[in-house]
Structure formats: C-alpha cells, structure tokens
Design a protein around this ligand. Structure first.
Ligand code: ATP
Ligand code: MG
Length: 182
C-alpha cells in the first residue's frame, strides 16, 4: 500500500487537518519536514526547521533522498509535506522523482484556502517563523502547487484530491478528506 501525500502552502492548515483526519481513519502521519530535519540535524546542517528552506539545493536533495528512504519503511501513512519550497533561487521541488519512488503515493491531497486567510494564519501563528508573503504571492504558490500535483500524478498514477480548508471551517475540511479516503 502506498502513502497519501498531503501538500499545500505553509500555513494553509495541513498539520491541523491531518491531526484530526488521521485519528478518524486510523492512519499514522509522518511529517516529511521532521524526517528531513532529523537527517539534516544529524549531519550538522541546521538547528531548527525554518532554516531548512535556506539550505543550498544540493544539500536539500541529499536530505530529501534520505528522508524518503526512512518513510518508505512505514507502509500506508499520511506524509505531511510541501511539493514546492520557496528558496532564494526559486521554487525547489519537494517531491522530485527520486523521492516519489520511495513514497509510492496512491493519492496526492492538495489543501487549499483563500490567500488572504492564509496570510492571516501565518501572521497569527506565533509558534512558527513563516514567510510573510503577500496574498498574490501565496496565490501564485498555490497555482504552482496544482501544476506540481498534476506532475506527481502523471509520474506515479496517484489521484489528486483538492480539499478546501476555509476560514473557521476546519471540521468541514476534515470530513471531506475522511470521506474521500475511507
Ligand atoms: P506548515 O506547512 O508551515 O507546517 P501547515 O499547513 O501545517 O503549515 P498549520 O500549522 O496546520 O499549517 O496551520 C497554520 C495555522 O492556521 C494554525 O494556527 C492553525 O490553527 C490555523 N488554521 C488551520 N486551519 C484553519 C481553519 N480552517 N480556519 C482558521 N484557522 C486555521
Ligand atoms: Mg505543518
């Protein structure tokens, strides 16, 4: 059985939605960034997770590869991740072919919301140091994520599931995800 990749721009609510949906479905969730952070920390590249996207692309690729290897041993799990990471040199693919080979996804879930709401969620969530992008930048990132999900589906045969996580409607997003996957 393959993994279920869950992606969406930073602050859209992936981890929040998954903490509820995984319980209801009896599935485990692994945060891909946490796997990457463990690998990067052990190699002495970073100290905290928000430094990860500043790593040079070659180091990122190496870390991605090792994290996918670890996840490939976990069976059918939610993989909480980003399919395109904003870096100073452009969007870096979080799910290049060598990562997808390890993950063997059956579905790629895109969590989406209104760009203005996402900007507010980033500003209000003091537990994290997310980029304070303008809504237009967030909109472009979401559009790029859709294109990327299509590439993932073409390469792997995974289905694409778009879940709206609108402001104050978390339970609706969870219910839609659970209904689609149970
Ligand atoms: P990252 O990719 O950076 O890990 P994420 O997509 O996992 O981000 P979360 O940490 O789940 O995002 O959520 C970001 C913030 O948005 C949190 O403060 C969370 O409580 C809030 N949030 C999530 N869903 C909703 C919603 N439907 N309505 C309002 N606020 C929400
Ligand atoms: Mg998260």
């Amino acid at each position: 059985m393959g993994s279920i990749i869950v992606t969406g721009v930073p602050g859209v609510g992936k981890t929040t939605v998954l903490s509820k949906a995984a319980d209801q479905l009896g599935l485990d969730t692994t945060v891909y960034g946490t796997q990457m952070l463990r690998v990067a920390r052990e190699a002495g590249h970073v100290e905290d997770r928000d430094e990860m996207r500043k790593l040079d692309p070659e180091t990122q690729r190496d870390v991605q590869r090792q994290a996918a290897e670890a996840i490939s041993t976990m069976g059918r799990v939610f993989v909480d991740t980003h399919c395109l990471i904003q870096t100073p040199t452009g969007f870096l693919p979080g799910l290049p072919a060598w990562v997808l080979e390890g993950l063997e996804p059956e579905t790629i879930v895109l969590i989406e919301a209104d760009p203005e709401a996402i900007a507010s969620r980033r500003a209000e969530d003091e537990s994290r140091k997310r980029d304070a992008d303008a809504p237009d930048v967030i909109r472009q990132h979401q559009n790029m994520n859709r294109a990327t999900a299509t590439s993932v589906a073409t390469l792997t045969g995974a289905t694409i599931l778009v879940i709206e996580n609108q402001q104050g409607k978390l339970d609706e997003a969870v219910a839609n995800l659970v209904e689609a996957l149970e």
